[in-house]
Ligand binder design. Structure first.
Ligand code: BMA
Length: 341
């Protein structure tokens, strides 16, 4: 178990960067946001859940996606209404999917990740259904629509789009959840897939197995969309360590999982090849915001922005309760990524 975040990464001193205090409509848990630069501003789309602290459960009918805008990536303003209400998200998915069980099928849309590709913005998201969890991609236009382009078969989620086409194809990282053939019930891995049009996805390749990450004994999954550097695609992922002996500080009584942020470097032309990986966690839950909340000891990155001065800002959900920010220099991040054994 790791207890220390390395010294080359600094947390924003005013964390959390966004919490329910900043949201002018019904809100509770504000976390797992996607972040991008758009039109000389920063834009964030975040998950907004309501939770019942007495029964330690989420209100099932209240997951919406909020939007926030910022001039500097630190001070955020949240408009008066959500970007996408739960009902709008369900309708948009239904319109695309024509699900067999109609309006009962899509339950909610969550964990948004923004990628700007060409001159449009896209959102990857997870959608819960009674027949499994699907991963989706939607066209956001100029942040004025949510047009679903694809919804996977279950179970898949944690999708992120690359910000450029790779060899002429759309590219994404994703995390299917295989229940057969892996050592444990939750040993999930990171995969790559490609598409000619953003609609039809295939040619899947395994990128990283959870057993290749030394601090993980459970699952891994893509986190923020990759950032291009001269050396390769730099990308975060989440990695989970499960200690069934030690309940962690959450509203749930039986919460045993620690979520770390991990870091890896993928080949520029063949991004399904891992060039290097940091062998220790990039971010370890340490602060009050990260250790205590709806699910304590959780760091779940969803946004990574590379600035012209070499600073890389990493946005992450903390304890499934608030949104936090940390930064490091791109050279320090790159030097941590050493070849897999
Ligand atoms: C994952 C997802 C995320 C969540 C994380 C930690 O399985 O449900 O939305 O942040 O667990 O609870």
């Amino acid at each position: 178990m790791y207890t220390r975040t390395p010294a080359f990464i600094q947390r924003y001193e005013q964390n959390p960067v966004l919490s329910c205090k900043d949201v002018p409509y019904e809100t509770g848990l504000v976390f797992n946001a996607g972040v991008a630069k758009w039109d000389n501003q920063y834009v964030m789309i975040f998950r907004n859940d309501l939770a019942d602290m007495q029964t330690q459960t989420l209100h099932q009918g209240h997951t919406n996606l909020g939007i926030a805008w910022s001039p500097d990536g630190k001070q955020w303003e949240v408009p008066d209404t959500p970007f996408l209400s739960q009902e709008q998200a369900r309708e948009k998915c239904r319109a695309f999917h024509e699900p067999r069980f109609g309006d009962q099928e899509i339950k909610r849309v969550y964990d948004p990740r923004i990628t700007v590709l060409g001159d449009a913005a896209y959102l990857c998201f997870a959608a819960d259904t009674p027949h499994g969890i699907c991963g989706g991609v939607a066209d956001l236009g100029d942040f004025d629509r949510f047009d679903v382009l694809s919804l996977s078969a279950p179970d898949n989620r944690n999708m992120v789009l690359f910000p450029e086409k790779i060899n002429g194809k759309w590219a994404r990282l994703e995390r299917p959840f295989p229940i057969y053939g892996r050592p444990g019930p939750e040993n999930f891995d990171i995969w790559y897939s490609e598409s000619p049009d953003g609609i039809h996805w295939g040619r899947n390749r395994l990128v990283l197995g959870s057993e290749e990450v030394p601090y993980v004994n459970n699952k891994i999954g893509p986190a923020a969309p990759p950032v291009k550097t001269e050396k390769g695609w730099l990308t975060t992922f989440h990695g989970v360590y499960k200690d069934e002996e030690t309940p962690l500080n959450a509203w749930h009584e039986n919460w045993f999982k620690t979520y770390y942020a991990g870091l890896m470097l993928l080949d520029l032309e063949r991004p399904w090849k891992v060039i290097g990986m940091m062998k220790e966690p990039l971010l370890v839950p340490e602060t009050e915001h990260e250790l205590k909340g709806f699910r304590g000891s959780v760091i779940f990155p969803g946004g990574m922005i590379s600035e012209p001065d070499g600073t890389v800002n990493i946005y992450y959900g903390a304890a499934d309760t608030v949104e936090c920010l940390a930064n490091a220099h791109v050279d320090d991040l790159l030097s941590q990524c050493t070849p897999l054994a």
